[in-house]
Design a protein around this ligand. Structure first.
Ligand SMILES: Nc1ncnc2c1ncn2[C@@H]1O[C@H](COP(=O)(O)OP(=O)(O)OP(=O)(O)O)[C@@H](O)[C@H]1O
Ligand SMILES: N[C@@H](CCO)C(=O)O
Length: 313
């Protein structure tokens, strides 16, 4: 249940007095999601999503809200935060940092087809291009330092063979430096549940709260590892090609990116193997009763290693 902080119609009506959004018509809690409190809000001016941030602080939030505003201004279908009468995107509601943003159309899919993989590939490339003119920088909070700090914490929960895999992959990627590849702002968590689709068209990209500055190809690998993956943890080569071709048609991938691709897929799988292990074995209070399965990304990683993934455009 994604309502941790309740908001009544009376409280929201008073808060909306600070906005030019018209009259509140409907307030509906959203059950999906585990990080924030979300409500669908309908006013006489349109349909919106109200988010109360449960963990991110008012210091962290400007990067994400300014990024969404920037991308929306460039035509990317992401939530566009609405400014209040003091021209601020971030407010406070019931003691929590809060924002109201445009509601996007569509719904997520768990079984994307070729056209949908191509559509999200093209959209990711457009997002990367639009992000090039965003000037704020956010080092990746799930980068090398995080891997080095988190791997030893999850290691005690692994058997000897898993621990050896973890150690060797963390060591391998500690030596790699992808700084020579094209860099920019990345979503970093563009899994199927963070994309709203209308048939084969992308209606919305949501949940930008892992966005950061990193190699653009890393974002491609994270997204392909989810969108073009079979349930057994093996890449669906045909869907991966549909995705990459559509991406490449918008932002051509370089020879350097091609050479880095097999390792990038491994790095992206390692990141989510570690975070899922951490969330499973070290849950924060009262959280994540149904944590995502780390075993899935362990299988993805092993498959990438054994196939030396060569699927490309
Ligand atoms: N701008 C939006 N337009 C339409 N639907 C939205 C929008 N933002 C959120 N939603 C809906 O609300 C649900 C929960 O949002 P979200 O995934 O951002 O939750 P969260 O708790 O913030 O993050 P997490 O997915 O990490 O738990 C989404 O699955 C989506 O259905
Ligand atoms: N997309 C992540 C969870 C949210 O960050 C995962 O599937 O592990």
């Amino acid at each position: 249940m994604a309502v941790f902080t309740s908001v009544s119609e009376a409280e929201l009506t008073a808060w909306l007095g600070d906005y030019s959004l018209g009259q509140l018509l409907e307030l509906q809690p959203i059950s999906a999601g585990i990080e924030n409190t979300n409500y669908f809000v309908t006013t006489s001016n349109g349909r919106f999503v109200l988010t109360l941030f449960e963990k991110l602080t008012a210091d962290d939030l400007p990067f994400y809200l300014n990024l969404m505003a920037h991308l929306a201004r460039h035509g990317i279908p992401c939530p566009s935060p609405v400014a209040n009468r003091r021209n601020q995107l971030l407010g406070t509601l019931n003691g929590k940092p809060a924002c109201i943003a445009t509601r996007l159309p569509g719904k997520s899919t768990t079984a994307p087809n070729h056209e949908q993989c191509a559509a999200i590939g093209a959209m990711l490339a457009q997002m990367h291009i639009a992000g090039q003119s965003f000037s704020q920088v956010m080092p990746n909070p799930r980068g090398a330092a995080w891997r080095a700090a988190t791997a030893p914490q999850v290691r005690p929960f692994l058997d000897a063979q898993q621990a050896a895999l973890l150690d060797s992959e963390v060591a391998l990627h500690a030596q790699n430096n992808f700084a020579s590849l094209p860099q920019g702002v990345i979503h970093a968590d563009l899994f199927r549940d963070n994309v709203l689709l209308e048939e084969n068209r992308v209606g919305g990209l949501i949940d930008f709260y892992f966005a950061c500055s990193d190699a653009l190809l890393y974002d491609v690998a994270i997204t392909v590892n989810d969108w073009c993956m079979n349930a057994d943890g093996k890449l669906d080569d045909a869907r991966a090609q549909s995705f990459l071709r559509a991406y490449h048609a918008v932002r051509p991938l370089s020879d350097g990116e091609r050479a880095a691709w097999p390792l990038m897929l491994r790095l992206a799988a390692l990141r989510f193997w570690i975070s899922r292990l951490y969330d499973k074995h070290m849950p924060r209070d009262g959280e994540l009763v149904n944590a995502h399965d780390p075993g899935h990304f362990e299988r993805v990683l092993k498959n990438h290693i054994s196939t030396q993934q060569t699927v490309w455009l």
